[in-house]
Design a protein around this ligand. Structure first.
Ligand SMILES: [Zn+2]
Length: 317
């Protein structure tokens, strides 16, 4: 896209280290904004822009510019609010660092120094970070990310067809010619349908087997949005990554609860009727894991370097 030529807005070329440093710094400040999104998206009475200034949830005091510096303010204030000394969770600087890391990795992996793709990838990764943390907190994925992504994916695909240059649907549509907006749009919709549709079916079947909701609708919407950016082969790879990683963490989570229940039984000297009950409790409690963060991980990995990820799959790129 001509509008996004770096030279026209007086930036160094995307390939240079100077641009990489600049983009990483942008990511740090975006991380700060992601904290606001994570905190406010689930709240009904607040939007990201109202109240405009950040405030301390402890004392309600507005924060000065010096208290709003990513990571640095938290370190300087030793993790406490200047007004009420309330403990500020280490997650705030962590999300800021994650924002910087996401922008850095997106810059490292961007094909051919394409600023438009870099911008899209960076925004998508930001949304995935927000979805991950809100899902861990509340077992839900904010519509601002999932439905927002479902609107953004077709627009981005049409404007920047290179996003889907390797997609099988887009390539079949374009034939010998380079992938154009319409072909990219078809790949986008195919990815959305496959990603959302697959998880919807899994949820539908799971609900009938377990007689309880097996897959949150938030996961379905998130995968539909992600599929719009990574196409149909990307969806397959992202789902495999998500299932494998979630299974490992699911087993670890059950083991953790088993350990908690067992040590409590030992303290109360209830040793003899312990093991079976501990396993039962751990399996029930440990089952409730949010799936969104693992979907986000899969989508993010595939988004950045999907051709190399796909070589790991049995059915190849
Ligand atoms: Zn305070």
């Amino acid at each position: 896209m001509l509008l996004l030529e770096p030279s026209l807005i007086a930036l160094p070329p995307v390939e240079t280290g100077l641009f990489g440093a600049f983009w990483t710094l942008i990511g740090l400040f975006v991380g700060s904004f992601l904290n606001v999104c994570i905190h406010r998206f689930p709240l009904e009475d607040q939007s990201v822009f109202a109240p405009l200034r950040s405030y301390c949830p402890g004392c309600g005091r507005q924060l000065s510019a010096m208290e709003n510096l990513p990571v640095l303010s938290w370190l300087l204030q030793r993790g406490r609010c200047k007004g009420c000394s309330m403990w500020i969770h280490w997650r705030y600087p962590l999300v800021e660092l994650l924002g910087a890391a996401a922008f850095y990795v997106a810059w490292r992996m961007v094909p051919g120094g394409d600023l438009a793709i870099l911008l899209i990838h960076s925004v998508v990764l930001s949304g995935l970070i927000v979805a991950t943390f809100v899902d861990f907190d509340r077992y839900e994925i904010p519509d601002q990310v999932s439905i927002g992504g479902m609107w953004a994916a077709p627009v981005a695909s049409f404007l920047v067809p290179a996003l889907h240059s390797g997609g099988p649907v887009a390539q079949a549509m374009a034939g010998e010619a380079p992938v154009d907006g319409v072909a990219a749009l078809c790949e986008c919709f195919a990815g959305m349908a496959l990603g959302g549709g697959f998880l919807y079916c899994v949820g539908w079947i799971g609900t009938r087997i377990y007689k309880a909701e097996a897959m949150g609708f938030g996961d379905v919407k998130l995968m539909a949005a992600g599929g719009g950016f990574i196409g149909i082969k990307g969806v397959a790879a992202a789902l495999i990554i998500a299932v494998v990683v979630a299974s490992v963490f699911g087993v670890l989570n059950i083991l953790r609860f088993y350990h908690v229940v067992r040590s409590r039984q030992r303290r109360r000297r209830l040793d003899n009727r312990g093991v079976a009950e501990a396993i039962r409790t751990a399996r029930i409690v440990g089952r409730y894991l949010p799936f969104g963060p693992y979907l986000a991980l899969g989508i993010g990995i595939v988004l950045l370097d999907w051709k190399d990820v796909l070589t790991l799959l049995p059915f190849g790129p």
